[in-house]
Design a protein around this ligand. Structure first.
Ligand code: NAD
Length: 260
């Protein structure tokens, strides 16, 4: 029970990586806020957790909307009495070559990944600072926080940007015992990635199998996808770490695709 009595606000946790983190945190004793655009899926995930004896609620939020984010965090605080852990995880992917990206898609990507991270951080930090018991902020970066790939200009830009936000929050939060870190996964077979496989095959003019072998997993040490469980384990490490010794860091979990 490494997170006993902690309260975790996890965005994008009705699916994929965020959901796995919610399950692991619940197992470790945390109360969970499933904060997601998809309210029906958020409620269903919260019900699944509650069925295991955990405390969990689903909250509807679009992380790009300032008022919705503030309201969702207040709803979480009203339900559980505070916030100890923020996992800023909600994200989408849109792939095009730079010269074909519409400005609207560029702005949508930066809004979800960067505005969402800022807005949730600001709303949660206020409570973490006021509570006086410290806290942890975890950003879902990517190998694309360190490395570029074809067709992903706004994603790569936003994921690099999260490292800057994290380092600043780590410095400002230190005196309140609030830590900030980034997890940088390689490819994980969630709906976000399943959608990209046919899209990339079409754009690059190769088969779906070639996208997996020669694009997604080519640089890994063993040709393996990273799993949601791999990422959730790192999220638990960051959430449970007790001191400011581990702050301002970004940890790559990618089967060796990217080595620092
Ligand atoms: P996913 O599609 O399975 O889940 C994303 C969740 O975010 C969904 O439940 C969706 O409803 C929610 N969401 C989308 N837009 C939202 C918004 N505006 N406000 C609130 N919620 C919103 O995707 P995933 O693969 O689990 O991705 C989660 C995070 O992990 C993303 O930030 C993604 O960039 C990152 N990531 C994924 C991979 C991968 O290979 N899957 C690798 C590295 C990083």
């Amino acid at each position: 029970m490494q997170l006993k009595d902690k309260i975790a606000f996890i965005t994008g946790s009705a699916s994929g990586i965020g959901k796995e983190i919610a399950v692991m945190y619940a197992r470790e004793g945390a109360s969970i806020v499933i904060a997601d655009l998809n309210k029906q899926a958020a409620d269903a995930t919260a019900a699944e957790l509650a069925a295991t004896g955990a405390k969990a609620i689903g909250v509807a939020v679009d992380v790009t909307d300032e008022d919705q984010v503030n309201a969702a965090v207040e709803q979480a605080v009203a339900a559980f009495g505070g916030i100890d852990i923020l996992v800023s995880n909600a994200g989408i992917q849109i792939v095009h070559p730079v010269e074909e990206f519409t400005f609207a898609d560029w702005k949508k990507m930066l809004a979800i990944h960067l505005d969402g991270a800022f807005l949730t951080t600001r709303a949660c930090l206020k409570h973490m600072y006021a509570q006086g018991r410290g806290g942890t902020v975890i950003y879902m970066g990517s190998v694309h926080s360190k490395e570029a790939s074809l067709l992903k200009a706004p994603y790569v830009t936003a994921k690099h940007g999260l490292i800057g936000l994290c380092k600043t929050v780590a410095k400002e939060g230190a005196k309140h015992n609030v830590r900030a870190n980034v997890i940088c996964p390689g490819f994980v077979r969630t709906p976000l990635v399943e959608k990209q496989i046919p899209e990339q095959a079409k754009t690059l003019g190769i088969t779906e199998d070639e996208v997996i072998r020669n694009v997604m997993l080519k640089e890994t040490v063993d040709g393996q996808f990273t799993t949601t469980d791999d990422v959730a384990r790192v999220a638990l490490l960051f959430a449970a770490f007790p001191t400011n010794a581990l702050t301002g860091q970004s940890l790559v979990v990618s089967h060796g695709w990217f080595m620092q």
